[in-house]
Design a protein around this ligand. Structure first.
Ligand code: GLU
Length: 644
């Protein structure tokens, strides 16, 4: 990470003021793929390159980075009013539910990683959806649906609605760690829903993309395709029902959502049988499930990479474990060394990344799930001896045969995990690629990194009638077919169970030095999330990039042991760094590259904030793959409640 190079989000870079906080710098990363000039050198790397910018840095009054400018503005408004990072994060998450309704919202769930500057504590507020009490391991066996279509059909069904967590998570976050009332955090979102806002090109594309065949249910279609015509970029989207719902929550608190008429409407909406979903595809959530919903506060999973500390997402996400495994595997390669043929974009670098991904995703498929419901061998999976043995399979010369999951149990002190035969992995399932990530730091150095989701684009496609928000389809993150098998020892770690949270890939992450965060980051993208966070980490630590360069740089992703490589290369795959030669070289090593012959995927959407520990300077980066926006508040506003 080069904190000495100005870039988007840098507090010394020029930018147009956009709102009453005239001094704020607003930087929208709207430029098309911006590899221009390429990433900065590959040799700097190393821990020392990360700390310390030039002398004379200005301590900022907080930075927000979100994937939509209006959501970033909502967060900046709270910071400017003297709120802390938790207040701003709540405002951003509520605003995103209005301006990016296809990706996240109050009908979904999220993971909020919080670092408190005053105490040095880092923890996660887990607002992940839970399965209802009536959920069963085999509930996704839909008799009229052939297996290849199951995920698609289940995704548009009430059966896949998990009990939403976002409202309780944000209300609790504000109550315990915020300084502002819920109503104030909701105010920007309510205004946006009431007055409307211009549809951006990403929302317009999402509306146009699904032609109503399977996903957008009638209330949703009425909102986004009035009169059957999809809203186009620039048209105004007004959401009066959502505005009323948010105002109700502002007035009455989370009970307005989890009990009473709104809860009844949610239960009703997920019970409808929707063509082409057979009757057994209706939802199982009850009023009790909503009333009994609980968030969890969890310690992060912590690991090290080249002298840096990472605090990342524990169970029920697989994100943290897989990320830390991959980093440990890659630490043995001199990724920054161009003389040794490594460096950013070099074929050997992509190759070892792909191999580490395949090994980690093989383990992820078998061993990870909600640890509140069954033991996850987290310590075994991260034991250096176990990881070294796994990484020994990485050959510099060729793609390894499809790896099976390893057996971390000999390295696992948790006796609850037996030592039976190695379990088989469940079948790979095609998962969605949506969701949203944002990051915040406030003037006191409190940091929040949140990934928020309704699972796939548009969730179930079901809008709660009269209330204006979409219901998630998060339960499709479970194994759709049960895999628990006492005969083989398969833990069925991600099989459906009542009240259980489906395995996630979301990985809000902090990079720390001496216990203090220097970077908060994360990404949406389904299972690719972990690889986007991995790529960011390597770009910063090994490849010496600035935060914005690390975000802009093309990504590569493999999410199964056997799976094909997805890669970015910009609009023209002949462009470096995965140009025609790199593509052919990876194919020659045996990697199944995209059949189109082109690296044309779009992977993730990273929003990050950075803190220079020496100068106190704060900055950020945001992703041009969406309407990523950084707002830097350059100087503290009026005195506010002290941060907690
Ligand atoms: N449901 C996914 C997860 O929790 C996130 C979906 C996405 O990022 O597209 O991992």
């Amino acid at each position: 990470m080069r904190l000495d190079a100005p870039g988007p989000g840098d507090d010394r870079a020029p930018g147009p003021p956009r709102r009453p906080w005239l001094a704020a710098l607003v930087l929208a990363c709207l430029a098309p793929w911006a590899w221009g000039g390429g990433p900065a050198g590959g040799s700097g790397g190393g821990p020392d390159g990360l700390v310390g910018g030039p002398p004379g840095g200005v301590r900022a009054g907080g930075v927000v980075s979100a994937s939509h400018p209006l959501a970033a503005e909502a967060g900046a408004r709270l910071l400017e009013a003297g709120g802390n990072a938790v207040d701003a994060a709540a405002a951003i998450e509520f605003a995103l539910s209005v301006v990016e309704p296809q990706s996240s919202g109050i009908g979904g769930g999220s993971f909020m990683m919080v670092h408190l500057a005053a105490t040095g504590e880092t923890f996660v507020i887990d607002s992940r959806e839970r399965a209802p009490a009536a959920a069963t391991p085999a509930m996704f066996r839909l008799s009229e649906v052939p297996a290849p279509r199951l995920f698609e059909v289940a995704s548009g069904s009430g059966l896949s609605v998990g009990v939403p967590g976002t409202v309780l998570g944000l209300a609790t976050a504000l109550e315990r760690w915020g300084t502002r009332p819920l109503a104030e955090a909701l105010a920007p979102a309510i205004e946006l829903a009431e007055r409307g806002f211009p549809v951006n090109r990403f929302l317009a594309a999402s509306i146009a993309k699904d032609h109503g065949r399977t996903r957008l249910q009638p209330e949703t279609a009425a909102l986004f395709r009035p009169g059957g015509v999809p809203l186009a970029e620039g048209q105004r989207l007004v959401q009066p029902d959502l505005a009323r719902t948010l105002a109700l929550i502002a007035r009455d608190g989370p009970d307005a959502f989890y009990r009473g008429p709104l809860a009844q409407a949610i239960v009703q909406a997920q019970r409808r049988s929707i063509s082409p979903v057979p009757a057994e595809g209706t939802g199982r959530m009850t009023l009790d499930d909503l009333a009994q919903y609980r968030i969890a506060i969890r310690p992060p999973v912590v690991g090290r990479y080249r002298g840096w500390t990472l605090a990342t997402m524990p169970s029920p996400s697989s994100g943290g474990l897989a990320l830390l495994q991959m980093l440990q595997m890659l630490e043995r390669f001199p990724l920054d060394d161009k003389a040794a043929s490594f460096g950013f974009g070099a074929t050997p670098t992509w190759h070892v990344m792909i191999e580490a991904m395949r090994l980690a995703y093989a383990d992820r498929a078998v061993w990870t799930g909600d640890a509140d419901f069954g033991p996850v061998p987290a310590r075994g999976l991260l034991d250096p001896r176990y990881v070294a043995a796994r990484a020994a399979a990485i050959s510099p010369l060729r793609r390894m045969p499809t790896p099976a999951a390893g057996d971390p149990r000999p390295f696992e002190p948790d006796a609850a995990l037996g030592a039976e035969r190695l379990p088989p992995a469940p079948a790979d399932e095609e998962k969605g690629v949506h969701t949203t990530h944002f990051s915040v730091v406030d003037r006191w150095g409190n940091v929040v990194s949140t990934t928020s989701t309704i699972e796939t684009l548009w969730g179930t496609g079901i809008t709660v009638p009269g209330h204006g928000f979409l219901l998630n389809n998060q339960l499709t993150d479970f194994n759709l077919a049960p895999t628990r098998d006492p005969a083989t020892g398969n833990p069925g770690a991600n099989d459906v169970e009542p009240f259980k949270r489906p395995r996630s890939s979301m990985a809000p992450t902090l990079l720390l030095r001496d216990g203090r965060p220097v970077l908060a980051y994360g990404s949406p993208g389904g299972a690719t999330i972990i690889n986007s966070v991995l790529g960011m980490t390597l770009n910063l630590i090994d490849h010496g990039m600035t935060v914005q360069q690390a975000i802009d740089a093309p990504r590569i992703s493999v999410t199964t042991a056997s799976g094909a490589v997805a890669c970015e290369g910009g609009p023209d795959f002949m462009q470096p760094p995965i140009g025609a030669m790199g593509f052919a070289a990876l194919a020659a090593l045996g990697h199944p590259m995209p059949a189109s012959g082109r690296c044309e995927a779009t992977i993730g959407s990273v929003q990050a904030v950075a803190i220079d520990l020496e100068t106190g300077r704060q900055s950020g980066g945001a992703d041009p793959r969406r309407e990523g926006t950084v707002i830097v508040l350059p100087r503290p506003g009026p005195a506010a409640n002290s941060p907690r």
